[in-house]
Design a protein around this ligand. Structure first.
Ligand SMILES: *[C@@H]1O[C@H](CO)[C@@H](O)[C@H](O)[C@H]1NC(C)=O
Ligand SMILES: *[C@@H]1O[C@H](CO)[C@@H](O)[C@H](O)[C@H]1NC(C)=O
Ligand SMILES: *[C@@H]1O[C@H](CO)[C@@H](O)[C@H](O)[C@H]1NC(C)=O
Length: 430
């Protein structure tokens, strides 16, 4: 008998207890590893599937995203078919009715209503969305970037049709973290008010929440190329820096900041006066309207006296959106900025803010002039409006967003991109 007489029952009990906890441990760890698989299953209903009502479901998005020529050609043919165009249009009134029951709307449109990961929950983003038409495009964009921990300010152009305003207002009313800007302006192409629209949203976003880490501005024809988690990870890797185009201004553009411009008949026109030098002799840099900046940059824009002076100075220039953010990005003391020295210049291709394809930069790989492959959609004012054939290349870029997409002209590009992103967002949880 190897059990000592005294207390063998106790030892047996201990032995059973050890066995029991071992069994519990195995069970728990099985539950833990099994959790990832269950996780996907659990949120399976958030995947955009082909049973969804859309007429564009005849397209094979995986083939399109792999760049298969036949499938892309077929998608292109479909998008120019009148019947298809008609069947995919959604009138503004649809959204007014559909959002009467918000929870039904969010469920049917498969909005993500809980943070998908702790990492995303701990890194909320602030978005400014400046739109003037195409409610359908706006809603698909919002759905693609929506997460409950983020915050969204929407500026609808003052001159937009009432139906656009009402429909977008109805959509935003369904979400506690999506709101209409408190002050609306009439946005004039290349005019100051384009900047003012973003400034008004910046102030509201800064005022409404103290927790967001980065600010991103969008227009209605942008679409993400990354999931929210990928965006968060890209921003964290900036380590507090900002990412936007900011480089030397070309000679051709200099007249924009050397002459006084005013709105005449709804257009920006020079009035024959030259401008004073910039306040504090700040060097003017060239960029674009789209930026990815940290909270401190926004605080500077709202509070820094030098920037207030620069803003006043910029109000009668041509297209101030294309130099103001770029100039602020090179001002000493602005959080996340870089020095004005040209060694810190950043092009739109190196910044992650926005992928825009300009017609004159398109060409074949290896050509010294070309920056990107030819546009597979069509051009509007020399900018590529992406087609399904652009997707494979787009998804390989490091940019967080691309411009332009148009739900009326090429819905397949949006349809396949949103499907790809949603699937990725749900599978990257594993
Ligand atoms: C879609 O395309 C992929 C890639 O070519 C192919 O593997 C798949 O079978 C296609 N699906 C359908 C439903 O045709
Ligand atoms: C309005 O929306 C409800 C569901 O929210 C739907 O059942 C109804 O058919 C819609 N009416 C119109 C006119 O679209
Ligand atoms: C928010 O904005 C309002 C109006 O501009 C201002 O009066 C208020 O002080 C701001 N609140 C904060 C917390 O900044």
């Amino acid at each position: 008998m190897w059990f000592p007489k005294r207390g063998w029952r106790l030892q047996l009990l201990q032995f059973i207890a050890v066995l029991g906890s071992l069994w519990m441990f195995i069970l728990l760890s099985q539950l833990k590893t099994g959790r990832s698989a269950a996780y996907i299953l659990k949120y399976q209903w958030l995947v955009y599937t082909d049973e969804d009502e859309s007429p564009e479901k005849v397209c094979n998005c995986s083939a399109i995203l792999q760049g298969e020529k036949d499938e892309i050609q077929q998608a292109k043919l479909l998008t120019i078919t009148k019947d298809f165009q008609k069947s995919t249009q959604i009138p503004d009134e649809y959204y007014i009715n559909a959002t009467k029951d918000c929870s039904e709307f969010k469920m049917r449109r498969k909005y993500i209503t809980f943070p998908l990961s702790k990492e995303e929950e701990d890194f909320p983003l602030a978005y400014s969305m400046v739109v003037h038409h195409k409610v359908h495009s706006f809603e698909r964009l919002l759905r693609a970037i929506y997460a409950p921990q983020n915050i969204y300010c929407v500026h609808v152009d003052k001159k937009a049709p009432a139906s656009v305003f009402i429909a977008i207002n109805a959509i935003t009313s369904c979400f506690p973290n999506v709101f209409m800007v408190s002050k609306t302006v009439d946005v004039v192409y290349a005019g100051w008010t384009r900047v003012q629209a973003d400034l008004n949203c910046m102030a509201d976003l800064y005022n409404t929440s103290t927790t967001w880490k980065y600010f991103i501005n969008l227009c209605g024809q942008d679409f993400p190329l990354k999931t929210n988690l990928e965006i968060v990870q890209a921003l964290r890797s900036l380590k507090g820096g900002n990412s936007l185009e900011s480089e030397e201004m070309s000679q051709g553009k200099k007249k924009r900041v050397m002459n006084v411009y005013q709105v005449v008949d709804g257009k920006m026109q020079p009035i024959g006066k030259t401008k004073d030098p910039t306040p504090f002799n700040l060097p003017i840099l060239s960029g674009n309207a789209y930026i990815v900046v940290n909270r401190g940059y926004i605080r500077s824009v709202l509070e820094d006296k030098r920037i207030q002076a620069l803003i006043e100075w910029a109000k009668d220039t041509y297209s101030p959106d294309e130099f103001l953010w770029a100039t602020i990005q090179r001002m000493p003391g602005v959080p996340g900025s870089t020095w004005p020295n040209s060694k810190f210049d950043m092009t739109d291709m190196n910044a992650i803010a926005r992928m825009v394809k300009w017609q004159w930069h398109e060409g074949s790989e290896g050509s010294l002039q070309a920056v990107y492959p030819e546009c597979k959609g069509h051009h509007v004012r020399s900018i590529c409006v992406y087609g399904a054939g652009d997707l494979q290349w787009l998804t390989e870029q490091h940019h967080l967003f691309a411009n332009k997409f148009d739900a009326d002209r090429d819905l397949i590009a949006i349809y396949c991109l949103e499907k790809y992103l949603r699937y990725k967002a749900l599978t990257e949880l594993v």
